[in-house]
Unconditional design. Sequence first.
Length: 245
Amino acid sequence: MRECSVDRTALTQKLLLIYSGALTILVAILVLGGFAPQRKKASFDEIDVKRLNIVESDGTVRLVISNKEQFPGLIIKGKEYPHDRSTAGMLFFDDEGTESGGLIFGGRKDKDGKVQTWGHLSFDQYMQDQVLSIDAGEENGRRHSGIEVLDQPDYPISELGPVLEEVAKLPADRRQARLKELLAGKPKSQSRIFLGRTGDHSVALRLKDAFGKDRLIVMVKPDGSPILQLLDESGKVVAQLPEED
């Protein structure tokens, strides 16, 4: 009887060991397979939203799509500063949460029937303003569209933060003048290349020097006549084809 009892105990221990091992394997399969954490994914046929923020897992903003009412100010390394932008569109941000370009657009007709439209796509220099832009618009019956390449100064745009905060405290009609005063001593951006259509119905390619002055102009005038001009640093035409009468 004692031998039978011992055999029965040993068999029970073996069964428990087998059961425990099988259960452990099953749990591992379920955890690694069917019960592993899954990313939640929602699907919508249509959604209305006033502002959409795309962020990294650490909260760094990378893209903002917004209506005019909730359009953000100037964001530098995650901090937002006041910036007058009465428009809708989207803004792109670099890995550090600083604005690095955007797309804005809009248009309206006022009570007097005057049309104003604008569209702007830009790409920014690191910690500075745009170095490439595509623009189109209309104002007072004059339409323009073009591509522009710019040089930006080397100081970081973060230096503008306190300036924008100060200007935002002033009445709206005094802001531009005060902003101009505060930035008077800083180097300014300079246009280097423009290709497009201007308000007088001419189209032109303008190549400029480091000071933003035209040095070579290839143009087709509103009447359809072509012209090529070379200019000196003062803006004087030194050579032209066809030559003037």
